[in-house]
Design a protein around this ligand. Structure first.
Ligand SMILES: Cc1cc2nc3c(=O)[nH]c(=O)nc-3n(C[C@H](O)[C@H](O)[C@H](O)COP(=O)(O)OP(=O)(O)OC[C@H]3O[C@@H](n4cnc5c(N)ncnc54)[C@H](O)[C@@H]3O)c2cc1C
Ligand SMILES: NC(=O)c1ccc[n+]([C@@H]2O[C@H](COP(=O)([O-])OP(=O)(O)OC[C@H]3O[C@@H](n4cnc5c(N)ncnc54)[C@H](O)[C@@H]3O)[C@@H](O)[C@H]2O)c1
Length: 468
């Protein structure tokens, strides 16, 4: 068995793993290796964020032009849409990522990585030793309960990598993947039925956001059925035809409200960290130890594998923090970190778009805050009103009454994903709302919505709280 040695060894070359490796060694003279068994760049680059957003953007533009007096309506061209997807996933080649790694001085070790003892990762017949640290960045995979497994349902890889468009598609789940994939599959020509166990969509966001997305999906002709349980799944001649191809004959779903027949099912009911087969037992650890952060000082976990919010930007942030900690520890120092925990933002690229950061109103109350909320229609600023003819959705701030600090914010409608970043900055920086009022947005931009929101707060919030 050959042994090679680096300062840092990262298992998994997705966005989180790449950032951890880069930040751990950049400017230090240390060396790092990334162990990757599929494509460097991970799920995000080839089967998740990039292809899904490449597919959704032209659809969003076509929708906007259909609602914008003064411009002829753009049409989605399915073949060209899939070509755009292929461009953004570099035709499923990671040559560009490999060049990036080379340029950043990171070694790429191809193969399946398994922890094989303290500071040791086994890749085939090679032992890769870490002088300083090992980072687990193995990502996550779609959850497939046993009831569905024999029917070989599509998961998000098939939906983003779609090659054959099923005539009738049933999407199971009411979360982010379901709400986004339903839109592009419908635009590509599938008749889409969304089967949602809960009585609402996007369960982790404010209820008004889920309601706006529900109305948007139904308006475009997607059949959304809420409060429906799937109890049995049957498929004629299931066949593993490959990613994005129809996996066999017709599928029948028995549900709490009757049977649904379709040509394919897309199962989008959440993801699980990929921790089961990475050799944790060789160092006396379990997947639960990783998710709870009970790790020896030489071992770290970042990204989806850590069990935190499964979002690329969050995994990359964690990775930068962990990378800086490894670099500092190697130099006998402690990395600087802010006292305040960073809030997690998320954008759902549905129609209307939904963007949120920090706590929802209910979460803030549950956490014991005395909460004041302010909500305005997204159309209420001239800058947002100009974006299309019919602007739907609301925007809301959740504020702590005592400290006057922002706890959370939700934007629904055009440019929601851009509007939310100011809230992220305000929460991260601890900017109270009476100071935030003096952050002047240009007229007439969408950001002026912030003025509307802050104006709706109680008048006494325009000055600092009285000193106790
Ligand atoms: C359809 C879809 C759309 C999404 N859209 C967005 C979005 O718009 N914005 C957003 O922020 N997030 C989005 N996400 C979430 C995002 O994809 C993940 O949060 C992100 O990919 C996590 O990055 P990661 O580096 O932790 O893991 P991954 O990207 O999953 O990368 C893990 C890597 O580790 C490798 N690996 C695993 N085990 C081993 C092993 N034992 N040995 C060697 N290599 C191994 C894998 O091959 C993979 O390359 C989306 C997810 C889905 C499913
Ligand atoms: N734009 C983005 O940032 C983006 C896009 C896609 C995915 N993602 C990430 O990927 C993750 C996974 O997405 P997802 O949509 O699969 O998960 P999700 O957690 O967002 O939603 C899962 C949905 O499935 C339902 N569900 C759970 N178990 C079920 C069961 N047994 N039967 C029926 N329904 C069930 C839940 O109630 C929920 O509606 C998300 O948490 C998100 O962080 C992000």
């Amino acid at each position: 068995m050959e042994t090679v040695e680096y300062d840092v060894v990262v298992i998994g070359g997705g966005p989180a793993g790449e950032n951890a490796a880069q930040y751990a060694v950049e400017g230090t003279g240390m060396t790092a290796a990334i162990v990757e068994r599929e494509l460097l760049g991970g799920e995000c680059s080839y089967w998740a964020c990039m292809p899904s957003k490449a597919l959704l953007r032209p659809i969003a533009v076509a929708d906007t032009t259909a609602d914008l007096h003064g411009v002829s309506t753009a049409h989605v061209a399915p073949k060209a849409l899939l070509e755009r997807r292929d461009y953004w996933v570099s035709d499923y080649s990671d040559a560009g990522q490999e060049s990036w790694a080379e340029g950043a001085g990171l070694a790429v070790v191809r193969g399946d990585g398994r922890i094989a003892g303290e500071r040791t990762v086994r890749v085939g017949d090679t032992l890769v030793q870490a002088r300083q640290a090992v980072v687990i960045a193995t990502g996550s995979e779609a959850r497939v309960p046993e009831m569905y497994a024999d029917a070989l349902p599509w998961d998000s890889r098939d939906a983003t990598g779609v090659v054959e468009v099923p005539d009738r598609l049933v999407v199971v789940g009411g979360g982010v993947v379901a709400c986004e994939a339903a839109i592009w599959m419908h635009a590509l020509g599938s008749a889409v039925t969304l089967v949602v166990r809960d009585r609402r969509l996007l369960g982790r966001t404010e209820p008004f956001a889920g309601e706006a997305v529900l109305a948007g999906l139904r308006d475009r002709g997607i059949d959304v059925r809420l409060g429906v349980d799937v109890t049995h799944v049957r498929r004629e001649s299931p066949e593993a035809t490959g990613i994005g191809k129809v996996h066999g004959g017709a599928v029948t779903l028995t549900t709490s409200t009757g049977e649904i027949e379709a040509d394919e099912i897309l199962l989008s009911i959440g993801r699980v960290p990929r921790l089961d087969d990475i050799g944790l037992d060789s160092v006396g650890l379990s997947p639960d130890d990783v998710k709870a952060g009970r790790l020896p000082e030489w071992l770290h976990a970042v990204g989806d594998a850590s069990g935190g919010p499964p979002l690329t930007h969050w995994g990359k942030h964690q990775a930068r923090v962990v990378g800086a900690r490894i670099a500092a520890a190697a130099a006998g120092e402690v990395a600087w970190e802010p006292d305040r925990e960073a809030p997690v933002p998320q954008v759902v690229f549905s129609d209307p778009e939904v963007a949120s950061v920090g706590m929802t109103e209910a979460e803030a109350r549950d956490a014991g805050h005395d909460v004041v909320t302010t909500r305005v229609p997204t159309s209420s600023a001239a800058g947002t009103g100009l974006l299309r003819d019919h602007v739907v959705g609301d925007a809301q701030l959740v504020v702590d009454r005592g400290s006057r600090l922002l706890l959370g914010a939700t934007f629904v409608g055009p440019e929601a994903g851009e509007l939310v970043h100011a809230a992220t900055v305000a929460i991260t920086g601890g900017v109270p709302v009476h100071v935030l009022r003096h952050a002047v947005a240009s007229y007439p931009t969408a950001a002026e919505l912030w003025l509307r929101l802050l104006e709706e707060l109680p008048r006494e919030f325009r000055v600092p709280p009285p000193v106790a």
